[in-house]
Write a protein of this length. Structure first.
Length: 317
């Protein structure tokens, strides 16, 4: 019965996610049609003739009605193609998917490190409320939340690249080519991204734990002689996880789309940088597909959160 309820919930969320992604594609496609500028004229340059512009507009399908262009794009997605990029003169999937992999090799380690350390520090702060260690952890968490990632990245470059000269200031090496080179180039961006995640989870875990610690069932568990470890992890932490899991899903999804500044600062050829190039070059189909990839990733994160809800709290089933 429990498995059936969980399966129904997952099926419902999958349908809702598909509808949401479809609406996002429609909204983004309609929005980019209102952006001023001709991608063909921008690509060909000021010396292009009217005949050349007309030819390339027909070649890329920009002379067709908007609804036909949209349906053609959606139909191509079901066939496994994303269309052609004007600025890169290549299949968009061949451009975006490798860049997405580059972004994920930075985002996922930063998310894991920031989440684990943030939850652990939040537990320590909550268990030592009012003590010196709680004040220190809360102080640095507040600093981490308020400091912009771009500024933290510049400080890291100033200290570790220019002063100490122990890490490269920028650049990227594929992880499949040289793991050591990838690690040396990516350790600063990963740490900068993880600091913001860490600070947010420290504050959230601390507040959630403090709220749960005042509940009657925690007092009852202690009165029954349950060990401190079991009280902390089986009763307090598990019941504190629902708001934490919610934030985890939203945070991971938003990190993929919010790495533009870090990728620009450290010259990392990720998804954010290629979308910025698409915007500057009026390559609207490249931008639309980039937004689609981000929306799919966010939808997957939210679906995972819903599944974890059903596991952590049976009432949501």
């Amino acid at each position: 019965m429990k498995s059936n309820n969980l399966a129904k919930m997952i099926g419902k969320r999958v349908v809702q996610s598909c509808i949401t992604i479809l609406l996002v594609t429609l909204f983004v496609f309609a929005l980019i049609q209102m952006v001023p500028g001709d991608p063909v004229a921008n690509y060909l340059g000021a010396t292009a003739t009217e005949e050349q512009i007309t030819y390339y507009r027909h070649l890329y399908g920009f002379d067709r009605p908007v609804i036909v262009q949209y349906l053609s794009w959606i139909g191509g997605l079901f066939r496994g193609t994303m269309g052609q990029s004007i600025s890169y003169q290549s299949e968009i999937a061949d451009i975006i998917l490798p860049r997405l992999g580059t972004t994920l090799t930075m985002v996922i380690p930063a998310f894991i490190i920031g989440t684990i350390t943030g939850i652990l520090f939040g537990i320590v702060a909550a268990k030592n409320r009012g003590k010196a260690i709680d004040s220190v952890i809360s102080f640095f968490a507040n600093i981490g939340v308020s400091m912009p990632m771009f500024w933290l990245g510049m400080m890291g470059m100033l200290v570790f690249a220019l002063k100490l000269r122990v890490l490269p200031s920028s650049g990227y090496v594929p992880i499949t080519r040289d793991f050591g080179g990838w690690l040396s180039h990516m350790i600063m961006p990963i740490i900068v991204l993880s600091l913001g995640v860490n600070a947010g989870f420290v504050r959230l875990t601390r507040s959630s734990m403090l709220e749960v610690m005042r509940q009657d069932y925690v007092t009852t568990a202690r009165a029954k002689g349950v060990s401190k470890k079991d009280v902390t992890f089986r009763h307090q932490l598990r019941n504190s996880m629902i708001p934490i899991v919610t934030t985890m899903g939203m945070r991971l999804g938003s990190m993929v789309g919010s790495t533009v500044l870090i990728e620009s600062l450290f010259v990392i050829p990720g998804l954010g940088s290629v979308m910025m190039n698409g915007i500057s070059n009026r390559d609207f189909m490249l931008v639309a597909n980039g937004v689609l990839i981000i929306s799919i990733f966010v939808a997957i994160c939210n679906l995972v959160v819903d599944i974890l809800y059903g596991i952590i709290d049976p009432r949501t089933r």
